[in-house]
Design a protein around this ligand. Structure first.
Ligand SMILES: Nc1ncnc2c1ncn2[C@@H]1O[C@H](COP(=O)(O)OP(=O)(O)O)[C@@H](O)[C@H]1O
Ligand SMILES: [Mg+2]
Length: 272
């Protein structure tokens, strides 16, 4: 049996880790998502593509609990779940790296990794807990080392970092607390070319640790480098999906434009 056959039989046999069924999201008169479904299997990297306004970010925000769906169901590890906020999804191990990263520039790397979830120590016989700064620095350094993220110092302020380093810190934060699913919205869009590879390798590293990843990207290089499967949204609905070995770049680019015809090699395909 080839590796591909083994992988697809495992995938069809296994239960999805995270599933979305029939998700609708209305913003006033705008229907941003219309009957959108998704299955994410343990340890897989799923690419999500679609044109601007296709509903990608909105869908990911529903999965992370930032938006509640107008209709539809989320299922995690086989059970229906309701998220009132990202705190709820985090408790189950679902983390999202937002497009703007939401890092605090004037705080250091360690503080950003543990923002709102600082290690604490008990004092006065347990009457009081204080944030444990030293432990935080040590844990942040160990965590970055594990992920093979190199920084001068974890006490460096985030505003001094390059775009790629900031993205790496945001990914480190998302995986600091036993994440099972990490959702990333365009993690390479704002990066210099030489930084893109590092972030993609970081994503491959998460997969090796058994973390499932959903990555939104416009770049076919990203999709074809890290993903196991790709799905396209078009005008707020599921349009197409395939395992990567069954899809070509020009096909996936066609999906983004709302076409399922095989359009051969287009100029866009060659420049990407
Ligand atoms: N908070 C919001 N309020 C109103 N409309 C929104 C909001 N967020 C997204 N939309 C609309 O939902 C649609 C999908 O947007 P979005 O999910 O950001 O698309 P994508 O990430 O694929 O570019 C767009 O028409 C957008 O204008
Ligand atoms: Mg978006």
């Amino acid at each position: 049996m080839t590796e591909t056959a083994t992988e697809s039989s495992r995938e069809t046999a296994g239960e999805p880790l995270l599933e979305a069924r029939g998700i609708y999201k209305y913003f006033g008169a705008v229907t941003a998502l219309r009957d959108v479904s998704l299955k994410l299997y343990p340890g897989e990297v799923l690419g999500v593509v679609g044109d601007n306004g296709a509903g990608k970010s909105t869908f990911m925000k529903v999965l992370s609990g930032l938006h509640s769906p107008s209709e539809g169901t989320l299922i995690f590890e086989g059970k229906p779940v309701h998220f009132s906020s990202p705190r709820d999804s985090r408790e189950l191990g679902i983390e999202m790296v937002y497009q703007d990263l939401a890092l605090a520039g004037n705080m250091n790397i360690a503080e950003n990794i543990y923002l709102g979830r600082e290690p604490r120590r008990k004092v006065l016989g347990g009457l009081l807990t204080l944030s444990d700064h030293k432990t935080g620095l040590r844990m942040a350094q160990e965590h970055l080392d594990n992920l093979k993220i190199h920084v001068k110092s974890v006490e460096q302020n985030v505003e001094e970092l390059s775009g790629g380093q900031r993205q790496a810190v945001a990914i480190a934060r998302s995986t600091a607390f036993r994440a099972k699913v990490v959702i990333m919205d365009e993690p390479t869009a704002a990066l210099a070319v030489k930084e893109v590879g590092k972030v993609l390798d970081l994503i491959s590293g998460l997969k090796e640790r058994g973390i499932s990843v959903v990555i939104i990207s416009h770049r076919m290089d990203d999709i074809f480098y890290v993903c196991d499967r790709v799905m396209a949204l078009y005008h707020g609905s599921n349009f197409a999906e395939a395992r990567l070995e069954d899809a070509s770049r020009s096909e996936v680019i066609g999906w983004i434009m709302g076409s399922k015809e095989h359009i051969g090699t287009v100029a866009h395909d060659r420049v990407q």
